[in-house]
Design a protein around this ligand. Structure first.
Ligand SMILES: [Ca+2]
Ligand SMILES: [Ca+2]
Ligand SMILES: [Ca+2]
Ligand SMILES: [Ca+2]
Length: 120
């Protein structure tokens, strides 16, 4: 138990522990302005199918640059949520469940719930 405690202490006082000088929640290495708490980092998330919902994989970290086409802001992602199929614009959280064999609303409602004939 004592060993574990010492290990934890060693980690928190480790000089390699990420430093956030301006305290805005973005570590200096990633911060666009490490001394300005008003400026952190801009993260953009891919929305390939253009339904307004993004995926985490392939996200970009930029500083004041416009992202390539097909990316949405972190704020938009927070609002919308994860796209469970970023290759189909009829599939996103809160979508209307269609009788197409796919999980359109990202798992909340099944096709059977929506009254589709699922063959069972
Ligand atoms: Ca910072
Ligand atoms: Ca999408
Ligand atoms: Ca989608
Ligand atoms: Ca469906």
């Amino acid at each position: 138990m004592l060993t574990l405690f010492l290990l934890v202490m060693a980690c928190t006082t480790d000089p390699l522990y990420p430093i956030d000088r301006d305290g805005d929640g973005t570590v200096d290495d990633r911060d666009c302005a490490p001394d300005d708490p008003e400026v952190g980092v801009e993260v953009w998330y891919p929305d390939v199918d253009g339904d307004g919902y993004s995926v985490f994989s392939g996200h970009l970290v930029l500083c004041g640059e416009a992202p390539p086409e097909g990316f949405i802001t972190g704020a938009a992602r927070m609002e919308g949520g994860e796209d469970c199929d970023d290759g189909d614009d009829t599939i996103y959280p809160g979508a209307v469940e269609l009788c197409d064999g796919a999980d359109n609303d990202c798992a909340v409602e099944t096709e059977a719930d929506a009254g589709c004939d699922t063959g069972t």
